[in-house]
Ligand binder design. Structure first.
Ligand SMILES: C[S@@+](CC[C@H](N)C(=O)[O-])C[C@H]1O[C@@H](n2cnc3c(N)ncnc32)[C@H](O)[C@@H]1O
Length: 269
């Protein structure tokens, strides 16, 4: 079958961009080549691989789990079904932290997943030290692979559950994109999330339980003038601001993501 016919058939089934990414992945070619090689014949093995990926995509499996990678900030990260698929909203958190002068500073990331936050920061700021933790050892392994891929030697990965004792040194910046989805509010029809690790998504108490725990424990781990950077759902920021003020924080600011939703908050004692 010719590439052009298979591509047309695939684009009729799934999103055009997804189709192009699947073709790039299976045929190991760039997007431009797909269109210059349009009359190329596709072999049976590649046709079968394309069909399999399209079938999975139609069932709702995230494209990142099919291709094993996802673009975030300035790089392509290795992704597996053991980690959350990084979201573009999280780049707001990265951008905000990178606005700080990180030279010689220490950072603690709670819930690193694939490592996208810590690694994106470390790639631009090689002289800070980052402790990146996760409850999931499988996540830590993916994050370590990514850190090696991007030669980030200033990140120390730790397998840790934030419900247990924190044995970290005090840091200048505590950063986290914890689970914050309220399972009660999900309809079951959300695309993709049911393939992602539950622990990466859902939190109790209207999705606020882990955010609150990180704020309350975290303030004891901040150096003077230290700050907590948290990603959260847009409807959670007022509750979080209130909780922070009641728990010893003095200042806060709430940042919008690219959709104009309040997505990241910064807290300081
Ligand atoms: C929303 S994901 C964020 C992943 C990654 N930082 C990102 O932004 O793509 C939350 C992460 O927190 C981790 N996590 C959940 N509960 C945890 C706990 N009790 N202690 C440590 N990490 C936890 C999950 O395994 C998951 O990797």
């Amino acid at each position: 079958m010719l590439l052009k016919d298979k591509l047309k058939e695939t684009k009729n089934k799934i999103d055009s961009l997804d189709a192009e990414i699947i073709f790039q992945e299976v045929l190991k070619i760039d997007k431009a080549i797909i269109y210059s090689d349009i009359k190329k014949e596709i072999n049976k093995t590649d046709l079968d691989s394309i069909d399999l990926m399209v079938e999975e995509r139609l069932k709702g499996k995230p494209l990142a789990y099919l291709t094993g990678k996802k673009g975030f900030w300035k790089s392509d990260f290795i992704i597996s079904p053991d980690v959350l698929v990084p979201r573009p909203e999280t780049e707001t958190l990265v951008e905000a932290v990178l606005n700080e002068n990180l030279q010689g500073k220490t950072l603690l990331e709670l819930g690193t997943g694939s490592g996208v936050i810590s690694i994106s920061i470390a790639q631009e700021s090689r002289d800070c030290i980052i402790f990146a933790t996760d409850i999931s050892i499988k996540s830590i392994l993916v994050a370590k692979q990514n850190a090696e891929k991007f030669c980030c030697e200033n990140i120390i990965f730790l397998n840790h559950d934030w419900n247990n004792e924190w044995l970290f040194p005090q840091v200048d910046y505590l950063i986290s994109n914890p689970p914050y989805v309220d399972k009660e509010k999900t309809s079951g029809k959300e695309e993709g999330i049911w393939y992602e690790p539950e622990k990466a998504l859902f939190s109790n108490d209207n999705g606020l339980s882990d955010l609150r725990l990180i704020l309350s424990k975290g303030k004891n781990y901040l150096n003077e003038n230290g700050k907590v950077y948290l990603e959260h759902a847009p409807d959670q920021y007022e509750e979080l601001n209130k909780f922070a003020l009641e728990n010893g924080y003095l200042n806060f600011s709430n940042l919008n993501d690219l959709n104009g939703d309040k997505r990241v908050s910064i807290y300081q004692c």
